[in-house]
Write a new protein. Sequence first.
Length: 370
Amino acid sequence: MRDERLGRIADNLISYSLDVQAGEHIMIMVVDEGELLAAELVKKLYAKGAYPHLRFIRPKVQREWMKGLSEGQLVQMFQWEQEMWYGIHGYIGIHGETNDSEMKDVPEEKNRLYAQHFHAIAQHVDNRIKGIRINYPTAALAQKAKMPTEEFEDFYYKVCSLDYRKMSVACEPLYQLMDQTENVRIVGPGTELSFSIKGIGTRVAAGKRNMPDGEVYTSPVKDSINGIISYNVASQYKGTTFEDIRLTFREGKIVEAKANHTARLNEILDTDEGARYIGEFAIAFNPAILHPMGDTLFDEKIAGSFHLTPGQAYIQADNGNRSTIHWDLVNIQRPEYGGGEIWFDDVLIRRDGLFVHPALLGLNPQQLLL
């Protein structure tokens, strides 16, 4: 990526996404690649009068560390980490993966042990301090998108440089409508699902927590979901790629789960009690992201999609569900993916990926790209 484009992305992250102020302590975390973007961020944070802090994670080393984790080790580490994270004002996570299967052979009990000990810190970071996650355009990510690296860099720059201030304004009618809605119904191929979102609260995601971004989200009343959903976007979770996930709900709980790796899917959903309940429902509309590439940060923002997420609810839109997992599973409803409809209180708001409700037409791609 050319230096000037990195600088503009860094400006966007610091000035818009985090709105960094002088005197703030900001943690920059780099997973695998991303040093060039980190360097731009450090320079611009110092120019703002803020204090950058750095942490680099190398998955090849992290893999070995995770495989040997012990209870006593994590108890001590949590004490150190908690003091640091509770003193940070914000963070920027740069994820530059070179191999998304690097951690695949880490035993599930080690993943679970780590998640249990660091759950409180993760929740604090997600809900109590400002922060943003951005991927870095590595050759591995370009390969997932089935693009040459240079072409992917152009795509990456485009989606990370959209006018997210404009998007935030355009989201307001959907935010208002969703916040006043009681019942949601979703239909599509292999999907017939209904649930309540009454009283939960709604949030706009337009470049303040993720980059790229583009969704409005809430969570279902925990015990209200009934029906079946068939996800049509593959999802990678801890080194395993899941396809054709199909979940059956009864009074909010996933009572049946099938996929190409059914046993592994159910193992994940048995992580804890909350993993079989839903912690997020989001409607996505990023006009520059049209097709899945096997990376959640991009896929969950696809225009004409929604995601329904097993696991932990966000405190800002809280249905009370608690879990150590939060797994964003995506369904695209545009015609080339089978179509589908979303209804709010028996009123059709979106058909085949395009908003049809008069108040929401500004969120369709042709309007957001103007």
